[in-house]
Write a protein that binds this ligand. Structure first.
Ligand code: ACM
Length: 521
């Protein structure tokens, strides 16, 4: 052991009975048992690595490794004050080296896995693909003292427990949805939401871009969608929309963090904002009034007019051109104002339009009433029969059961924000379910991914978002990442309790559930 590490090593042994001068009183001793989502395989050894100004990052395997290393160096700079040098080199001989290597060979790690070896004087991170390196970096971030998340320089000793982590996800698609239609959120807010997903190794962002109360994405061939349809929101505020340039900026921001964006244009219901913008989309050729309430199920595109399909073709074409991901979300939920005999051919026609523009369809579970095209995904939110019907048609299921996974459900009857039509969802209830066994007829091989949606009827700003999303989001991330046999609420709640101080350091205003004994507050 080097003299440099000796005090911290001793600190590991005495931290339980006294405070150590190397660390602030609230900083727990370094441990590998701090990561959310729980890694697949962790073997601790009893030492520490210390980041200091001499630490340097070397990368091998290409420009993406260097980009990811630079993101890490930039991320830890404010709290540490260190400007770590990043260089492309396979030379890992110098003590203090943090090495990031891309092997290109998926082997058993797969496209998102990584292996992290921490010894007392070096850190080795290897992955087959860049996403794995990025996730390994998120793990290192969570292994550092929580004050690493601070935006101001901290007087701290930047130690990490030693050991080996071999990690990869259980599900290939792990995500969350943000409804920007009921209330509009700025691009900066959406980026912060993306940061949350990235921090928990989630890789999919579902962007709910249109609804009765607002149309939020510029469509150049139908400009009134945003100039009229984007001009309000729930409660009558001024709403807003994203230009196509802003949309592309968000796609790039997400993709830099290995997150695929799935944009949603909800139809044929949830379309009042479009119906208020263009009279011809209504069966009676008369525009509706803009709507700023919170009822659902009252609007419908006119399903037997040619102009409706011209409109959809234009919207899907422009969106497909802007969107690199394979899937476009066509909504399809709660179309109570559309007759079933009109709904089914409508969804069939929309699927054909999406296919024509070289994209695949995802829609809420009701779309299974139609004939699903190959590779379609149905999103289970309410109706298990619809979802099982989708499976019978060969579709995969995005698991978003409202009573378990809706981030806008209140925690309990005293919650200041949220709704409770599906359930009250406390933090343990959010964590304690298994996507593989929840619905008879949907098993692991039928599941496309896990997604926790946040609807925004009651959510007006970033603080509101954070209060509903945290602390439930980390649990949903763990459901998607960690095999169900390794998940256990009693163990998780201890990790989450320690994680609370990290959320505080990230300036996240989270719900202090009484079911968790929060530490370091
Ligand atoms: C939904 O919650 N209407 C999908």
């Amino acid at each position: 052991m080097s003299a440099r590490n000796l005090p911290i090593f001793l600190c590991l042994f005495i931290v339980a009975i006294s405070s150590c001068n190397q660390q602030t009183a609230e900083t727990p001793a370094p441990t590998l048992n701090a990561v959310i989502p729980l890694p697949l395989d962790v073997v601790a050894s009893s030492d520490v690595f210390t980041f200091d100004t001499n630490a340097a990052i070397v990368t091998s395997g290409g420009a993406e490794a260097t980009r990811i290393a630079t993101m890490f160096a930039d991320m830890i700079q404010p709290a540490t004050g260190f400007k770590l040098i990043v260089s492309e080199s396979a030379d890992t001989s110098k003590a203090g080296t943090i090495s990031l290597a891309l092997t290109g060979n998926e082997g058993t790690l797969g496209a998102e896995g990584y292996e992290l070896n921490i010894t007392k004087d070096k850190i080795f991170l290897i992955a087959a693909k860049p996403a794995g390196l990025f996730y390994g970096i998120q793990t290192i971030r969570q292994l550092l003292p929580h004050s690493i998340e601070s935006s101001k320089k901290q007087n701290n000793s930047w130690t990490i427990a030693t050991g080996k982590i071999v990690d990869k996800p259980e599900y290939g698609v792990r995500g969350s949805m943000l409804d920007v239609a009921r209330h509009f959120f700025s691009l900066e807010d959406v980026k912060r939401y993306i940061d949350f997903l990235a921090f928990y190794k989630m890789n999919t962002f579902h962007w709910h871009l249109s609804d009765d109360q607002g149309w939020r994405i510029e469509i150049k061939s139908w400009p009134k969608l945003t100039s009229t349809g984007g001009s309000t929101q729930v409660g009558g505020g001024k709403g807003g929309f994203y230009t196509q340039e802003q949309y592309k900026e968000l796609i790039k921001y997400a993709s830099d963090r290995f997150i695929t964006v799935i944009p949603e244009i909800d139809m044929p219901g949830h379309t009042n904002a479009a119906l208020a913008s263009y009279p011809e989309l209504n069966c009676n050729d008369s525009a509706t009034k803009l709507y700023s309430g919170t009822e659902v199920g009252f609007s419908s595109l006119c399903t037997n007019k040619d102009i409706t399909y011209k409109f959809i073709d234009d919207v899907i074409r422009e969106l497909a051109e802007l969107t690199p991901g394979a899937y476009l979300h066509i909504g399809g939920d709660e179309s109570h104002a559309t007759k079933k005999e009109d709904y089914i051919p409508f969804v069939n026609k929309v699927q054909a339009i999406v296919k024509k523009h070289n994209k695949l369809v995802i829609g809420w579970d009701e779309i299974a009433l139609s004939t699903l095209t190959p590779n379609s995904v149905a999103q289970y939110w309410a109706d298990s029969a619809n979802s099982v019907n989708a499976v019978k048609q060969g579709a995969k299921i995005m698991m978003s059961p409202a009573a378990k996974a809706y981030l806008d459900m209140q925690y309990d009857s005293t919650s200041k924000l949220g709704l409770h039509w599906a359930a009250y969802i406390e933090v343990d209830q959010a964590y304690n379910w298994n996507p593989e066994t929840l619905v008879k007829g949907i098993s692991k091989e039928n599941i496309y991914g896990i997604e926790a949606p946040l609807w925004s009827e009651t959510v007006t700003n970033m603080n509101d978002i954070e209060w509903l999303v945290f602390p439930r989001l980390p649990g949903y991330a763990e459901i998607g990442w960690t095999p169900s046999g390794k998940r256990n609420w009693d163990e998780y709640k201890t990790r989450l309790a320690n994680h609370g101080a990290r959320l505080t350091a990230m300036d996240i205003d989270f719900y202090k559930s009484k079911r968790v004994e929060w530490k370091g507050e």
